[in-house]
Write a protein that binds this ligand. Structure first.
Ligand code: PLP
Length: 212
């Protein structure tokens, strides 16, 4: 069930952010409820589940954000149906997109800011070089950087991890005079992400949990 009071509170807490509602935990009813509330930026992290939802809501002008690890062998199936890819993290994925995508795709480079080996994303040290390389590809339009902070209550640790994205954004601004968007902030840490001027918040569980 959509938690409308949490949604409304988050709307008042946001400054300049765009809320991406992550629908991976929920079904059609919640998607309908989000649409009724005017939330049209939706995020999914698995190709098969995304495809099902895409087909069921294809008559609605949803902006679909693919936020999860995208296997190269799934690219062909989904790549022309999404509006944003938040998980660009390797050259083999770049090549697959270049091959199958019909028009430039808005991409965010996923950075492993928590430095946990279980998480996807590029090592921060490799991001600038990767950015320089992929910007030459026709179908890749790098518009931002994405990161997931550690699942912790330590707010300073989360801040330091988000700061890695801010620094990379600043470095790329020096090189190219473009302002990359930042996709950071989940249910546990979105207030910190707002403080640090995130562009996109990716919120799942907080939108659907029962009041407590
Ligand atoms: C699931 C997921 C989210 C949302 O997480 P919540 O903690 O439920 O808000 C955000 N980003 C990514 C990449 C996810 O996989």
């Amino acid at each position: 069930m959509l938690n409308v009071s949490n949604l409304n509170r988050i709307k008042t807490q946001m400054k300049d952010q765009t809320l991406i509602a992550v629908t991976k935990y929920v079904g059609d009813q919640e998607v309908k409820d989000l649409i009724n509330e005017g939330i049209l930026d939706l995020g999914e992290n698995r190709a098969d589940v995304f495809l099902e939802k895409y087909l069921r809501f294809k008559d609605v002008s949803i902006r679909w954000h693919f936020i999860g690890h995208l296997q190269s062998n799934k690219v062909k199936k989904v790549i022309n149906l999404i509006d944003y890819l938040h998980s660009l993290d390797r050259m083999s994925l770049v090549d697959a997109i270049e091959k199958y995508r019909n028009e430039p795709l808005k991409c965010l480079i996923e950075v492993n800011i928590s430095q946990e080996s279980s998480k996807h994303g590029m090592n921060p040290e490799n991001v600038i070089e990767f950015y320089q390389k992929v910007k030459k590809y026709d179908k890749i339009n790098v518009i931002g950087l994405m990161g997931m902070a550690s699942d912790t209550e330590d707010r300073n640790q989360i801040r330091q991890q988000f700061e890695i994205l801010c620094k990379l954004r600043d470095q790329i601004r020096e090189i190219d005079d473009i302002d990359l968007k930042l996709s950071m902030g989940m249910s546990n840490d979105y207030l910190i992400a707002i403080e640090m001027n995130a562009t996109y918040l990716r919120l799942g569980s907080i939108l659907f949990k029962e009041d407590n």
